[in-house]
Design a protein around this ligand. Structure first.
Ligand code: GLU
Length: 420
């Protein structure tokens, strides 16, 4: 038997592949293609932290600003051992298309620190976040580049960043990050926004396909902020969530999982490990489980050429960024699977980040209902715009979404011109 070595799939190669595909569809001029293939700026830092045992350790950190044709750079910061320049650059590019697709006045960026946050104490994590912010103090700016939560970061980290940046500048600057705690100018509804947008897209897709959502069977890979919220809202909407997993493994119940009980359990125990009222399953089995809808809400490259032909779902909603490799996607498309791409499916997060920023600028805060209503409006509008291209031009949802996102950035580049 030949055992294939797992090949590390470069997220940047995948992102550039998608860009060149859409550039062909749009008949994009070579100059714009060239400009959008490369990020505007890449900043790499090494932040020293004194660990609890007294030793000093350096942590590599990155901020990649892909493009700001439409407005300030915008995008999350992730803390993960796999963070590298290739991944961050790819994700920055996706942010540019995502913001443009949903009509936000933002460019795209992403950042991260190469660290396993589970190995650090809270004090070490705070020291790292603050030192990294200090090392990026001239990069982040409410008018230039606004970070937000991503994998393993949330309101707590955003508060540390906001505080550090504010202290360095001598005034309180809540607008330097989004996804902050409510106490310092965060928006109601921001924490659930990505998962809410995922389920809104899922319901729009079923409507578009003329299929009922009640009782539709769903599997979700990932039970964090995004996957957990999506599971909850799908459950509340009457869908049957039959399988979910977190980084330690998966659980299924063919009659539908008790999602509220799982959320409670996961919150109390830090993970789903040992959840008693469902059958365990491994991650690969979850991805190929017999369901109508599969929601990858974990990391990049979950579905590749190695497992795509065994996926049984009819619909995939990309809650994570870049969960499919191009080879995996090609197999799924041949099988007739409909895929709602990341830049549409998970845009709810950055949409409410934008609302948070707008509320802060205007110093007028909205109710949670207002936030959710406006979020729903933007998701529906973006979905309809993409669905129109799917119907009229026969494009996939990904190429429809990319055509709009990349098209808007290209037009902005054209009218702004090239200086000097
Ligand atoms: N990290 C999220 C994303 O990938 C949110 C970014 C933001 O709110 O700026 O879209």
């Amino acid at each position: 038997m030949i055992v294939k070595e797992p090949v590390k799939i470069s997220p940047l190669t995948s992102a550039r592949h998608q860009l060149s595909k859409v550039a062909d569809i749009l008949g994009m001029d070579p100059g714009s293609r060239e400009r959008l293939t490369y990020p505007d700026r890449v900043v790499e830092t090494h932040s020293p932290v004194r660990l609890d045992n007294g030793q000093v350790r350096m942590f590599p950190g990155y901020r990649v600003q892909h493009n700001n044709a439409l407005g300030p750079y915008k995008g999350g910061l992730r803390f993960h051992p796999d963070v590298d320049i290739d991944e961050v650059t790819a994700l920055a590019m996706l942010m540019t298309w995502k913001c443009a697709l949903v009509g936000l006045p933002y460019g795209g960026a992403k950042g991260g620190i190469t660290v396993d946050p589970r190995e650090l104490s809270v004090r070490e994590l705070e020291a790292l976040t603050r030192r990294f912010t200090n090392d990026m103090v001239s990069v982040f700016d409410p008018k230039k580049d606004i970070p937000a939560p991503d994998l393993n970061t949330g309101p707590r980290e955003m508060a540390w960043i906001m505080d550090t940046w504010s202290v360095a500048h001598g005034y309180a600057a809540p607008g330097v990050v989004t996804g902050k705690p409510i106490a310092i100018g965060g928006s109601l509804g921001r924490a659930e926004a990505t998962g809410r947008g995922v389920v809104a897209n899922l319901l729009e897709l079923l409507k578009f396909k003329g299929q009922p959502h009640k009782g539709a069977r769903v599997a979700i890979q990932g039970f964090g902020n995004v996957g957990g919220t999506a599971a909850h809202l799908a459950h509340l909407a009457g869908l049957k969530v039959v399988a979910v997993s977190d980084m330690y493994g998966g659980y299924h119940n063919e009659d539908g999982l008790d999602i509220p009980a799982m959320l409670k359990y996961s919150q109390a125990n830090g993970s789903l490990r040992g959840f008693p009222e469902a059958d365990p399953m491994d991650n690969d089995a979850l991805l190929t489980h017999d369901v109508d809808i599969l929601i990858p809400a974990a990391m990049e490259n979950s579905i590749t050429e190695a497992n795509a032909d065994r996926v049984r779902a009819e619909f995939i909603i990309e809650a994570a960024n870049a969960p499919l490799t191009p080879d995996g996607e090609a197999i799924l498309e041949r099988k007739g699977v409909t895929i709602i791409p990341d830049i549409l499916a998970n845009a709810g997060g950055v949409i409410v980040s934008y609302f948070e920023w707008v509320q802060g600028q205007s110093e007028l805060f909205w109710t949670e209902d207002e936030v959710n209503l406006r979020l729903q409006e933007l998701v529906e509008r973006a979905f309809d715009n993409v669905a129109n291209l799917v119907t009229s031009k026969g494009l996939s949802f990904r190429m429809g979404a990319y055509s709009i996102g990349v098209g808007r950035v290209t037009e902005a580049l054209r009218v702004r011109g090239l200086y000097p």
